[in-house]
Write a protein that binds this ligand. Structure first.
Ligand code: NAG
Ligand code: NAG
Ligand code: NAG
Ligand code: NAG
Ligand code: NAG
Ligand code: NAG
Ligand code: NAG
Length: 334
């Protein structure tokens, strides 16, 4: 018994003494080569070089993640020394599940088509860069995509309808670009079909036309369409059955619809509809939620402000510049 224990101890100590050398370089060499090319394209910025650790083992770098086979699953790029484009070699990182290019003004050009080779890719994040051109419709050919963050770039053109065909798309943030055209109907749903989309952020672009009704069939949590040129009805984004919705910002558009019969979801916490052409009354159900953020100013609303909820906690600026709203915090109704 004791002998067996001893040999077990010897064996395990042997094992552990061998382990560090066996694991000396986990990073797959093809993946390492591809990352090296990306690092060079970025101009070998010192912060990035030390965060990636390509000269020792990329899998130990804090800005890189690998799977147990040493294949790169995630990288984070955050510096660039001279103008560069995302190199097509990114398509060689076969096991990549996500990547981030964040706050790199020197990043220009477009998204390379080679990323359609990445069959496990779930997250694309390119934000606060000078990425330009159109959002490529080939993103719709990567069915594994769940999170698309392309906010705060210089993207122009239309939102490709192909994004709406991604079965697992959960979060879409295209805010602060120069996108034009309408919101594709395909991003929504038709009656009876459920989609995992839980957050859609298209704020501060130049989107125009009506909001597609198909967005009203989603049980979505977060909607920000503010700062565009959207027109027409948006009443279908409200409703008692929108049980997930907690954030809704439609401000700074040209939406025009009757607010009187809208049912405000009781769990809504942020509602901003300022600077539109919304008319009618504030519906009684608006007194139910506890709002953290609320602004209906600069519309054409009329009638008494419902009491009994959280509306009286906001100052008059949240209600100002309407046709004839009245009651606390505005002057009393006649
Ligand atoms: C990327 O893959 C292509 C095609 O397999 C290959 O020719 C090329 O050498 C690879 N590049 C790097 C840097 O590994
Ligand atoms: C990126 O954009 C900023 C301002 O948005 C500009 O000052 C800068 O010159 C641009 N950089 C390149 C490399 O184009
Ligand atoms: C979509 O998500 C489901 C559930 O997580 C998963 O089983 C499926 O493989 C995903 N589809 C694609 C194309 O990645
Ligand atoms: C979308 O992008 C904005 C920047 O424009 C960022 O502040 C925000 O956190 C993002 N929103 C979501 C819901 O991802
Ligand atoms: C909510 O109800 C409306 C009709 O009252 C219906 O058209 C819509 O599909 C429902 N939405 C959800 C998310 O169930
Ligand atoms: C808005 O709807 C209410 C209730 O259905 C109705 O009484 C009112 O006349 C409508 N207002 C306008 C301006 O159409
Ligand atoms: C509501 O929005 C207007 C601008 O549209 C702004 O002036 C006002 O300060 C905002 N009020 C609150 C309470 O956020």
């Amino acid at each position: 018994m004791l002998r067996r224990l001893c040999s077990l101890l010897i064996l395990s100590s042997l094992f552990f003494s061998v382990l560090p050398t066996a694991a000396a370089k986990l990073c797959n060499s093809n993946d390492n080569d591809a990352l090296l090319e990306i690092q060079e394209a970025l101009g070998n910025p010192p912060d990035l070089v030390s965060a990636w650790q390509l000269d020792t083992d990329c899998c130990t770098g804090w800005a890189i993640e690998c799977n147990s086979e040493g294949r790169v699953t995630y990288f984070f790029a955050f510096r660039g020394n001279h103008p560069f484009q995302i190199p097509p070699v990114i398509g060689n990182l076969t096991y990549l599940q996500g990547f981030n290019f964040i706050e790199i003004p020197s990043l220009t050009g477009t998204i390379p088509e080679s990323i359609t080779l990445l069959r496990s890719l779930e997250r694309i994040s390119i934000s606060w860069t000078n990425l330009s051109g159109h959002i490529p419709s080939f993103l719709g050919q990567i069915p594994s995509l769940k999170y698309i963050y392309l906010n705060d770039n210089k993207l122009s053109g239309v939102i490709p309808p192909s994004l709406g065909h991604l079965p697992n798309l959960t979060e879409l943030n295209l805010s602060e670009n120069k996108l034009t055209g309408g919101i594709p109907r395909s991003l929504g749903s038709s009656t009876g079909t459920s989609r995992p989309l839980s957050s859609i952020v298209l704020a501060f672009n130049q989107l125009s036309g009506p909001i597609p009704r198909s967005l009203g069939y989603l049980n979505i949590a977060y909607i920000d369409l503010s700062g565009n040129n959207l027109v027409g009805d948006a009443s279908f984004l409200f409703g008692a059955n929108k049980t997930a919705l907690w954030y809704l910002n439609l401000g700074w558009n040209s939406l025009s619809f009757n607010f009187s019969d809208v049912k405000i979801p009781s769990q809504l916490s942020d509602m901003v509809i300022t600077n539109n052409k919304i008319y009618g009354r504030l519906p009684p159900s608006i007194a139910v939620p506890y709002f953290e953020e609320f602004n209906v100013s600069y519309n054409q609303l009329c009638g008494p402000i419902p009491t009994g909820g959280s509306l009286q906690l906001f100052d008059s600026w949240a209600f100002s510049h309407n046709k004839c709203l009245c009651g606390i915090p505005l002057p009393p109704c006649q």
